[in-house]
Design a protein around this ligand. Structure first.
Ligand code: KG4
Ligand code: ZN
Length: 334
């Protein structure tokens, strides 16, 4: 049974995973949240430097912890795109060096494909299904027809949802990453502030979140507000938009199977509202456990294994690409 070593460095998490089809052999992840905290967002140069500093010690620890012989790895999976280009360069160079040393193939993975398949680490989902991807860099709806066959349905025209959580947290002086803090504060507040839900009622699957952030800014600038209530109001508006667009996608495609993935799917209110909705409207819902919602290498290993089984490998001189769309990547490599 083949074993892969997966490398994920697209943003501010350095992550490695040893994986076979029987399951995860070992997994290691180092978050850079503390490094970026003072800046209220990820600083690309610092992110790349941290990946460079941490990849080898992490690999060393992973191999020691699992007792796994690196020479028994059959192929290297790695995130090729999308992400911060400097951070991708570090991860891709690391993957290429290992593949060269081991004389084993390289298997490129799309970061969003990893997120979509994060749910498969727990259970397989039948095709076709809809994927609502809500992360720090993306907010998109896709129809997943099969592995590698991805149809873009719509997405944000401005900020990604995670990005708007981070920006709203920064406005309120809550540090980085904003999602978990806003999530926690919101649970102690009430949605008392009237906030806009841009594009929510339009018959398109596109979305917009920057107006919502601007409305939050106005309230913050008034200096007289409750952080808990503002977080709750912001979150409630976000969830209204996401729910409405997911339901519209079901109506438009007739597909009643949904996965919600990416960092924001770790959100407690999102999980509560989508679970309630799926019970009430009787559709199939899959959300990964919070640890697999945010960036990790297990999801890259899973998608890498699927690609490897289909005979997809990359040339050894492959280079990272900052932003290849998922639907293009799927067709390009399958
Ligand atoms: O998927 P991810 O780990 O990285 C990207 O691919 O971007 O997503 C990170 C994003 C950040 O914006 C972070 O604030 C958000 O996910 N996030 C959350 C929560 N946990 C992480 N947003 C809302 N609630 C959470 N509990
Ligand atoms: Zn991600």
């Amino acid at each position: 049974m083949p074993v892969t070593l997966a490398v994920e460095t697209s943003c501010d998490e350095t992550a490695l995973c040893l994986y076979s089809e029987e399951g995860v052999i070992g997994d290691i992840l180092l978050s850079q949240a503390k490094v970026h905290f003072p800046y209220g967002g990820v600083v690309p140069e610092l992110s790349a430097r941290e990946h460079t500093r941490n990849l080898l010690p992490l690999l060393d620890k992973l191999l020691k912890d699992t007792g796994f012989d690196i020479k028994k790895v059959d192929f290297i999976s790695f995130t090729l795109t999308p992400g911060l280009i400097l951070s991708l360069v570090v991860g891709v160079s690391f993957a290429k060096s290992l593949a060269f040393y081991l004389q084993k193939p390289l298997v490129p993975v799309h970061h969003l494909e990893g997120h979509v398949y994060s749910v498969f680490l727990q259970r397989r989902v039948d095709y076709p299904f809809l994927a609502l991807i809500v992360s720090g860099g993306h907010t998109d709806l896709y129809l997943i027809e099969d592995f590698g066959r991805y149809v873009f349905l719509g997405g944000t025209l401005d900020d990604a949802v995670g990005e708007s959580y981070d920006k709203v947290a920064k406005l309120m002086g809550l540090g980085y990453p904003g999602g978990p803090v806003v999530d926690k504060l919101a649970s102690a507040g009430k949605p008392v502030y009237q906030l806009p839900r841009p594009m929510m009622d339009e018959d398109s699957l596109n979305m917009s979140f920057s107006g919502l952030k601007t409305a939050v800014r106005r309230i913050v600038e008034s200096l007289d507000y409750s952080k808990e209530d503002l977080c709750s109001s912001f979150q409630s508006a976000v969830m209204d938009i996401l729910e409405r667009k997911a339901l519209l996608a079901m109506e438009m495609t007739g597909v009643r199977r949904l996965v919600v993935v990416g960092g924001v799917s770790a959100n407690a209110e999102l999980r509560r509202r989508f679970s309630e909705l799926s019970e009430r409207l009787n559709f199939e819902l899959h959300i990964p456990p919070p640890k697999l919602s945010t960036d990790n290498a297990q999801m890259i290993a899973y998608a890498g294994m699927e690609r490897f089984k289909r005979g997809i490998t990359a040339p050894e001189d492959i280079n990272p690409e900052p932003n290849t769309p998922l639907e293009v990547f799927g067709g390009q490599w399958s």
